[in-house]
Design a protein around this ligand. Structure first.
Ligand code: NAD
Length: 244
């Protein structure tokens, strides 16, 4: 049985990806930053009900040593790591003039350094296997920039560069690495935006609706599948036509 690890998968897009990959037949390693993320939460039960194995790993993916420990445990528990989805991410929005150094550094370490950490350790397992699929969560903010998101857009643009570098470094070992760049998807992350901001975004979307988490999970499922075996180093925008 093949194994997928999805970071930040207690809720939102990560939970939807975990559920979709479980439906595709993967055993699932869930991750989030604290035990409390999985309280009053039935994601692990929903996955197990599909007849696949599912374990929870608590680790802050911005921490290099915690990622190394987690990857070792997942490998020991499941035997292989076939898919890594670097999904964990946060926002700490604010206009540049008012953004603190702490706001900047935190978003860079959680969104960007986590991708370095997890790709390094899970990538080493995949290199030995001579196979693997890595999928990174970028954002339209990383492609086009976004006022109020200097920190977030920097982290997501970096993820695009890291995706291409990973594809080039690991390609000869049978490992692909791609990114998805969601637009505005209805999750707890976007719930906190003001109504004014939400309707301004809606106006810019060709399809005149926000995206759903399952619409991200479907593209990730494709990138993890054999149908995408010759796709690497690419960024797929999933935004309902936000940027045209
Ligand atoms: P969310 O806030 O609903 O979920 C993010 C998850 O990551 C949470 O469960 C959170 O606890 C976890 N997390 C945060 N810090 C962590 C850490 N240090 N270690 C481990 N886990 C941690 O967000 P979401 O909307 O589901 O976003 C998921 C990903 O998609 C993020 O990378 C986000 O930047 C990206 N994205 C989201 C949207 C959107 O519109 N929602 C758009 C573009 C990109």
């Amino acid at each position: 049985m093949a194994t997928a690890i999805i970071t930040g998968s207690a809720r939102g897009i990560g939970a939807a990806i975990a559920l979709r990959l479980a439906k595709d037949g993967y055993d699932i390693a869930l991750n989030d930053v604290a035990e409390s993320c999985f309280e009053n939460n039935d994601i692990a039960d929903k996955i197990k009900a599909l007849g696949v194995k599912c374990e929870i790993y608590i680790a802050d993916v911005s921490k290099h040593d915690k990622c190394e420990e987690m990857v070792k445990k997942v490998k020991a528990d499941f035997g292989s790591i076939d898919v890594l989805v670097n999904n964990a991410g946060i926002t700490r929005d604010g206009l540049l003039a008012r953004m603190s150094e702490e706001q900047y550094d935190l978003v860079i370490s959680v969104n960007q350094k986590s991708v370095f950490n997890m790709t390094k350790f899970a990538g080493a397992v995949m290199m030995k296997q001579r196979s693997g699929k890595i999928i990174n969560l970028a954002s339209v903010a990383g492609l086009y920039g976004n006022a109020g998101q200097m920190n977030y857009s920097a982290s997501k643009a970096a993820i695009i560069g890291m995706t291409k570098t990973t594809a080039k470094e690991l390609g000869s070992r049978g490992i692909t690495c791609n990114a998805v760049a969601p637009g505005f998807i209805e999750t707890p992350m976007t719930d906190k935006l003001s109504d004014e901001m939400k309707s301004a975004i809606l106006n810019m979307i060709a399809m005149k609706r926000y995206g759903q988490v399952e619409e991200i999970a479907g593209v990730v499922s494709f990138l993890a599948s054999d149908d995408a075996s010759y796709v690497t180093g690419q960024v797929i925008e999933i935004s309902g036509g936000l940027s045209m």
